[in-house]
Design a protein around this ligand. Structure first.
Ligand SMILES: C[S@@+](CC[C@H](N)C(=O)[O-])C[C@H]1O[C@@H](n2cnc3c(N)ncnc32)[C@H](O)[C@@H]1O
Length: 259
């Protein structure tokens, strides 16, 4: 086994940086956009991100007796959907299930906690500040691991996948929703124009932060292809990996099983 630490540079948007530097830069991005994050998601995707997230939840088929971990869970969009799909807070409490949101950025978690409070104090959700590459949870604790639009922001994806494998129970499901670098050819040109010319300007106008949205767009193009991500899942130990492309290949949902 190779125990040497990987010191190779990683992509932060279009720049090559040290892994620790990327983590700090990503933290800056999400600290900066946290207060406008949910609004920007709706504006940038014309609300379509909601449909993608609903598709992810349908594939995961969560239930009220499960211990569920949503990594890079940000402001709670996935956690709230998971809770609803599980039948709500009361049923989860009766059946003993839990939902944990883990995220690097405290500011994102704080927005999520405020949203939870306005939704009637959702006590079934625990909010934990943590790096996906080094999760502070015991091994084999969770029945389901979800991550939506998080993986491409993580410095060492392979380490995050190994951690996902570690914290899942045998027989548990991993599910990732992420932008894909390969939209269908007829969409690619218009998608590029929209991504590189409209989105950063929208970021400036609404969140007063063009650079963060420039990074978010660039990071999509640097993310592994769906096939490559399947390989990474298999290298981390997962089996029966599959992916589903949505909206002309703009996003993909990967599922894989912990054996
Ligand atoms: C694009 S947001 C996605 C939020 C939410 N999952 C959603 O779909 O709306 C990406 C999130 O990943 C988090 N993140 C980035 N790097 C991370 C890491 N290494 N570990 C945990 N979370 C991370 C950011 O703080 C941010 O909240």
């Amino acid at each position: 086994m190779n125990n040497q630490q990987d010191t190779s540079p990683v992509w932060f948007g279009n720049q090559r940086v040290e892994a620790t530097e990327k983590t700090a830069l990503v933290l800056d991005v999400f600290n900066s956009v946290a207060h406008k994050y949910d609004l920007m998601n709706d504006l940038m995707s014309f609300g379509i991100h909601r449909l993608w997230k609903n598709s992810m939840i349908s594939l995961c088929r969560p239930n009220a007796s499960q211990h569920i971990l949503d990594v890079a869970g940000g402001t709670g969009d996935i956690a709230f959907r998971l809770l609803q799909a599980c039948g709500g807070q009361q049923l989860m409490q009766t059946k003993g299930g839990t939902i944990t949101v883990a995220d690097l950025t405290q500011a994102m978690l704080e927005v999520g906690q405020k949203r939870a409070a306005t939704k009637g104090g959702l006590h079934s959700i625990e909010w934990v500040q943590a790096n996906a590459e080094l999760l502070p949870f015991q091994s084999q604790k969770f029945d389901l691991y979800t991550i939506a639009f998080g993986l491409r922001n993580i410095s060492r994806i392979d380490d995050a996948l190994k951690q996902a494998y570690r914290v899942l129970k045998p027989g548990a499901l991993f599910c990732c929703l992420e932008f894909s670098p390969c939209a269908l050819p007829f969409l690619q040109r218009i998608y590029d124009l929209y991504s590189f010319h409209v989105l950063p300007r929208l970021g400036q106008l609404i969140a007063q932060d063009q650079h963060s949205y420039q990074y978010l767009v660039e990071s999509i193009r640097k993310f592994p292809t769906p096939e490559h991500l399947l390989d990474k899942l298999s290298q981390a130990g997962f089996r029966h990996g599959q992916y589903y492309s949505l909206t002309g290949g703009i996003v993909a949902i990967h599922t894989a099983w912990r054996v």
